[in-house]
Design a protein around this ligand. Sequence first.
Ligand SMILES: Nc1ncnc2c1ncn2[C@@H]1O[C@H](COP(=O)(O)OP(=O)(O)O)[C@@H](O)[C@H]1O
Ligand SMILES: [Mg+2]
Length: 262
Amino acid sequence: MTREKVFDRLELRERLIEKLQRMKVKRSENFEVFSEVFNVEVLMQLYELLRKGFLKEFNGEISSGKESKVFHAIAKGNIEVAVKIYLTVNTEIRRMMLKYIIGDRRFERIKSDSRSLVYTWARKEYANLDTLYNAGLLVPKPMLVQKNILIMKFIGENGQRAPLLKELPELDNPHEIYEQIIDFIIKSYSKAKLIHADLSEYNIMIWSGKPFIIDVSQAVPVTHPLAEEFLRRDIENINRFFIRKGWITEEVSVEEVIRRIG
Ligand SMILES: Nc1ncnc2c1ncn2[C@@H]1O[C@H](COP(=O)(O)OP(=O)(O)O)[C@@H](O)[C@H]1O
Ligand SMILES: [Mg+2]
C-alpha cells in the first residue's frame, strides 16, 4: 500500500465515523473496528509512522494468523521490515496468553482487559527479541513496538520472505541446521535466560543457510514455573520433526541438552 492509499483509507474511515457521530451514534469500539486489523487506532499509528518517515512504504500481507497479521514494509534507509499487528483476542486466546504471562515477573503487573493484554503481548515479543538478539542469537532484529504493532527486520529479500523450515522439502545441510537449532535452545537458556516455548518447524525460517527463530511472544524466563515443561516440549518438537524427515538418525536427548546447558 502506498503512503497515499493509507492516507485515503484513513480519511475514509474518519469520515465514516464523523457521519456516524452526526447520526448521534455513540462512538463505540465496534464502529471503529471496520476491519479486523485496520481499525482506526492501527491506521492512526501507521499514518504517524509514515508521516514521520519511520516507514516509507507499507506493503502486502505476508501472513495471517489467529493472533496477528504480518506485513512487509520499507523503513527509513530502505530497510525491509516485517510489521506484526496483533489482533484483538477472544477468551480462549486470552487464557493461553495468561499462561505465558503469569509467572513472568517482567510482565505480571499488567491490566487484564483485552486491549492491555494484547499490548503486553506485543511488548513481551519485543523484549524477548531484544534479549535474544543482544545475546547474539539468530532472531529478527526488533526495531519498534507501539501499542499492538511490532516492527522488526525482514527475513528475506525484495519482499519475498524466507521459507519456513516446514516448507522445505530438502535441506543442503540438515545436520548443521539441526545442531544450530539445538545450540539456539542451549544459548537461549544459558545466555538470554529464556525458553522459546513454541519452537517448531513453523517458527524457524531458513535464510542464508542458517535457521532464524521467530515468533517469540510466548517465550518465558527460565524462572517461569512451567519452564521445564516448555523446554522439554521445544526439544521434543525439533527432534520429532528432524527424525520424521529422515534428516537425522540420532537425536540429542532432552537430558543431553539439559546437561549441555550446564
Ligand atoms: N521478521 C520476519 N521476516 C519475514 N517474515 C516474517 C517475519 N516474522 C514473521 N514472518 C512471517 O509471518 C508468519 C507469522 O509470524 P509469527 O511471528 O510466526 O506469528 P504467528 O505464528 O503467531 O502468526 C511467519 O510464519 C512468517 O512467514
Ligand atoms: Mg508462528
